[in-house]
Ligand binder design. Structure first.
Ligand SMILES: Cc1ncc(C[n+]2csc(CCOP(=O)(O)OP(=O)(O)O)c2C)c(N)n1
Ligand SMILES: [Mg+2]
Length: 526
């Protein structure tokens, strides 16, 4: 661990003289952080200087826009399941990063935002300081569950530890720390060995396990719906599914996975729901479940499996294959999307990461792309925020250099963060992006055609030549017009490990996926 040059160790707690910024960076390193995704500015200069001095332990990846910094951190968090950090200036910097922070909240992603502030004594006085925003702390508090302002080096060490504990306790999610422009550089003695707080123990309710196991053993046709908490319990979920011969349903992950099913499909007295949630408030949010199990999915499912050891059921494999084939025949309506998805799946290795977008191929991928490993299908969850894809995928690729990451996007979504092609070049991130170019906000256009008498407004796009655009940054780029050409282009792209590739695929309007995404009501019928 790096020591301050002017260290004056005190025998009591091994305190050394350091700035608030240095204490913060030391604490991040102590929590296993190896990268800060960031965009600098005068409010955070001492923080960047501390990052410079600690560059043997922690890298700084600078982006071209604050939304990029936050999305990169989000992508890295979703791809690894580990906390990630981004830093921005106050006011506009914070707001520029806010859509990504909002998505991190919706996806339960542990992303720590380090946000600058105007000078400590001016906060709340409306004096018109650079980047001043009314009640910044109040705005942040609406976006994350844990936030605080750092006021001294000693406090920095404690607050960083508390933030990391908060991000991992109960329902995971983002956190934020503010620090004033005149506090980052202030020196005081602080702990040379920053503490890492232990996570509180997670007792398992054995009565509830027995109740759940009894109900599952008696259930006629159990179904497992997997959300974000199941990501790190894939083996356990597979074993439970085998024991119960229960199909596993997954769509996207994050908050409310099950709540949105309840509202869409309907519920009734006959439908007994057993919930496993990290957040004790979640089970009863929509409707009271038959059994609520609170804690981490892995250990809870292991206890359920143990309680169901003697259970045996005849195989439902043939039935499931028949159902799947029937659904697949209906989905053949999406043939143009399927052609491209098959090409992608054939080239993207099973451990490669697919980053979804709010585009036609993305909607189809959520229904049709086979996914083999946890954390290899990243989707923006219920925010479904257009434009998250490219920068999020960059973060995923930066954090997982060992596997290829593929970003798919429409022409509309791509230009939200395509400026980060510069970041991919600057930091040699070998991300591949496919831009499906239909010259439109195609989804909006189709709705206007079908539901608004073809009164077309605000959906046609004036696009750059995407191949030349990417090349002008220094990226590799080519155009593919068919699934066969796409396969060949992907093969070339995934071999490249020193920089980014763009593949443009010109496409016509695509068939609507919405009848498959909004499934009809099946419960609670009169
Ligand atoms: C942040 C945000 N703004 C607006 C929307 C609304 N929206 C959903 S899809 C879409 C059009 C997407 O266009 P494109 O990326 O080209 O994909 P396409 O539908 O053409 O395949 C828009 C504007 C959104 N989901 N998120
Ligand atoms: Mg489009």
């Amino acid at each position: 661990m790096r020591k301050s040059k002017h260290s004056t160790p005190s025998p009591a707690d091994m305190a050394v003289q350091m700035t608030t910024a240095e204490a913060t960076v030391d604490a991040l390193v102590a929590h296993g952080i190896d990268t800060v995704y960031a965009l600098p500015g005068v409010h955070n200069d001492p923080l960047f200087d501390a990052l410079f001095k600690a560059s043997d332990h922690i890298r700084t990846v600078h982006t071209r826009h604050e939304q990029g910094a936050a999305y990169l951190a989000l992508g890295a968090a979703l791809a690894t399941g580990k906390p990630q950090v981004y830093s921005v200036v106050p006011g506009p910097g914070l707001l520029n990063s806010a859509a990504a922070l909002l998505t991190a909240y919706g996806m339960n992603a542990p992303v720590l935002a380090l946000i600058g502030q105007i000078s400590q004594s001016a906060i709340g006085r409306g004096l018109g300081h650079l980047h001043e925003i009314r009640d910044q702390a109040g705005i942040i508090a609406r976006l994350v569950d844990f936030c605080a302002r750092i006021r001294t080096p000693t406090q920095a060490v404690t607050l960083v530890a508390q933030a990391f504990r908060a991000m991992a306790t109960g329902r995971p999610g983002p956190a934020a720390l503010e620090c004033a422009i005149d506090v980052w550089g202030r020196s005081a003695p602080a702990s040379a060995t920053p503490p890492v707080l232990p996570l509180p123990p997670q007792p398992i309710d054995e009565d509830a396990i027995r109740d759940a196991a009894r109900r599952l053993a008696a259930a006629k046709r159990p179904l497992i719906v997997a959300g974000g908490g199941a990501q790190d319990a894939a083996a356990e979920v597979a074993e439970l599914s085998r024991l119960l011969q229960a199909p596993v349903l997954a769509y996207r992950r994050g908050r409310g996975v099950l709540d949105s099913r309840y509202t869409q499909w309907g519920i009734d007295q006959e439908l007994a729901v057993i919930r496993i949630d990290a957040d004790p408030e979640e089970p009863e949010r929509f409707a009271r479940p038959a059994v609520a199990l609170i804690g981490d999915t892995g250990p809870i499912v292991r206890h359920l499996i143990e309680a169901l050891r003697a259970h045996h059921r005849p195989s439902r494999r043939a039935e499931m294959e028949e159902r799947q084939a029937k659904m697949r025949r209906r989905l053949d309506k999406l043939a143009p999307q399927i052609g491209f998805l098959d090409a992608i799946r054939a080239e993207l290795p099973e451990d490669g990461i697919f980053v979804d977008e709010v585009t036609q191929i993305g909607f189809a991928a959520r229904l049709l792309l086979p996914v083999y490993k946890p954390r290899t299908f990243l989707s923006p969850g219920y925010q479904d925020n257009l434009g998250w894809g490219y920068a999020t995928a960059l973060g995923a690729q930066h954090a997982r250099p060992d596997v290829p990451v593929l970003s798919i996007t429409g022409d509309g979504g791509f230009l939200f963060t395509s400026n980060e092609l510069s970041t991919a070049i600057r930091h040699r991130i070998p991300l591949t992006v496919i831009v499906f170019n239909d010259g439109a906000f195609g989804n909006v256009r189709r709705i206007q055609e079908e539901q608004f008498g073809n009164r077309l407004i605000a959906n046609d796009l004036a696009n750059p030549d995407f191949v030349r655009y990417a090349q002008s940054f220094g990226a590799e780029a080519e155009r593919a017009r068919t699934p066969q050409q796409l396969r060949a282009a992907l093969k070339r792209a995934f071999k490249r490990r020193d920089g980014p590739t763009l593949i443009e695929v010109p496409v016509p309007a695509m068939p609507s996926p919405w009848e498959f995404i909004f499934m009809p009501r099946v419960r609670g019928l009169k």
